[in-house]
Design a protein around this ligand. Structure first.
Ligand code: GLN
Length: 196
């Protein structure tokens, strides 16, 4: 059985665990460095990236997370995307492995939460219903980062909201909050190479 860790310092980790279990994976909550040791991959959930970062420093997890990410697949959703970015234009503790620039809380107060059907060619023709909650936006991609999805402006030129680089995946929205499990499947098989 494949064993996927979900960083459980703060945020929406339980929902990720449920989806992982429904796909036949073992899901374990990670709060201590040694809990990273025998994982096949890791998910960093949504929540508040400043809080997740501070707690990671407090629990001596930041360096172990950086080392883990060098070798093992990691997926960050929302605050998790912020944690994976190298550049967020301000100083806060990050894992900082992906060559993306990210703008935190990119959507003004009026629309700080919204839902949108996205076109995600790698997941098939069926649109993906995405939930955005005080979401970040990717403002720059470098060094072979693949854009998986953009905001739906009808012309496929909207802001970037899902990216992949090597064994790292980042989504600005919350696929763990909707029943569609295609992003979890994509992470396990296409990004992590764990399920056929
Ligand atoms: N706004 C949060 C942050 O800056 C992210 C929100 C989320 O994860 N839903 O970290």
């Amino acid at each position: 059985m494949i064993k996927i860790g979900v960083l459980a310092l703060q945020g929406a980790f339980i929902e990720h665990e449920k989806t992982l279990r429904s796909l036949g994976a073992q899901a374990v909550e990670v709060r201590l460095p040694e809990q990273l040791d025998d994982l096949d991959a890791l998910i960093i959930p949504g929540g508040e990236s400043t809080t997740i970062g501070k707690l990671a420093v407090t629990f001596n997890l930041l360096d172990p997370l950086r080392t883990f990410a060098q070798y093992k697949p990691v997926w960050g959703t929302c605050a998790g995307m912020i944690m994976l970015a190298k550049d967020i234009g301000r100083d806060q503790p990050l894992i900082g492995v992906m060559d993306i620039s990210v703008n935190r809380n990119a959507f003004g107060r009026q629309v700080d939460s919204f839902e949108m059907d996205l076109t995600v060619p790698d997941l098939g023709v069926e649109p993906f219903h995405a939930v955005f909650i005080r979401a970040p936006l990717v403002t720059g991609v470098h060094n072979g980062v693949k854009v998986l999805a953009r905001l739906n402006d009808g012309e496929n030129t909207g802001g970037i909201v899902a990216v992949q680089q090597k064994h790292w995946l980042a989504t600005a929205f919350h696929p763990e909050l909707t029943p569609d499990d295609r992003f979890h499947r994509y992470f396990l098989s296409n990004v992590a190479g764990l399920q056929g």
